[in-house]
Design a protein around this ligand. Structure first.
Ligand code: CA
Length: 219
């Protein structure tokens, strides 16, 4: 028996069928986003949504931050897991995607928990830092890879001690271990992974869920 499985489409379907309780609004978001074609790869996997929601509940998070909202699947997964007085600040550059996302949040009855911020996320995060916003319990980073390190640094400033930062796509379809792949995004992800490995400010765990999720707990 291998220690690590190669996830076949059949196994993935099984994980989604047995290990995920997907809210109807999440299912609709996923299905309608698939119809967008190429951009749909930016959507997180259902088992990842379940994982993020689980994590939020497990650490008792009340204040959450998301960098890269797309059509709202991850934000909805988090918002559904939050208590009634929980909040999520969701950042995305695209008004078009945010408009779609708002529809799913409203359909699920959690729009009141989510504050959306359309614009370059670095500016939004700097605003949070300068306004000395109350610390966050949880942050999810899933946006342009070239800025991953910048997002991580700001998220680390914004989360409380013991807070968790989850970073998506850290295996980048496996290209992190392919030396022939040297594009900017791949190099940025490799550099951040290596930095996180050595970063004394955090505890780490790299989860092989979906395209790789780096979990960082602020010391
Ligand atoms: Ca992603």
């Amino acid at each position: 028996m291998p220690k690590t499985l190669t996830i076949t489409p059949e196994l993935h379907a099984y994980v989604c069928a047995v290990g995920v309780r997907e809210h109807a609004a999440l299912a609709r978001c996923r299905e309608e986003t698939l119809a967008l074609g190429r951009a749909a790869v930016m959507q997180i996997a259902p088992e990842q949504g379940a994982f993020l929601g689980f994590l939020v509940k497990a650490i008792g998070a009340k204040r959450c931050l998301e960098i890269g909202t797309f059509t709202g699947y991850s934000a909805l997964s988090v918002a559904l897991a939050l208590p009634e007085d929980g909040t999520l600040d969701a950042c995305d550059i695209s008004e078009e995607y945010m408009t779609r996302a708002r529809g799913y949040w409203a359909a699920a009855g959690v729009a009141g928990k989510i504050r959306d911020h359309v614009g370059p996320a670095l500016a939004t995060l700097d605003e949070f830092i300068h306004s000395e916003a109350e610390p966050y319990d949880f942050a999810f980073i899933d946006a342009d890879k070239g800025n991953y390190d910048n997002y991580f640094e700001r998220a680390l400033t914004l989360v409380r001690k013991g807070g968790v930062i989850a970073i998506d796509n850290v295996l980048w379809s496996g290209s992190v271990v392919d030396p022939t792949v040297q594009d900017d995004d791949t190099r940025a992800i490799r550099a951040l992974n290596e930095k996180l490995r050595q970063d004394p400010r955090i505890e780490i765990a790299m989860a092989t869920i979906a395209d790789g999720l780096f979990l960082c707990l602020k010391r």
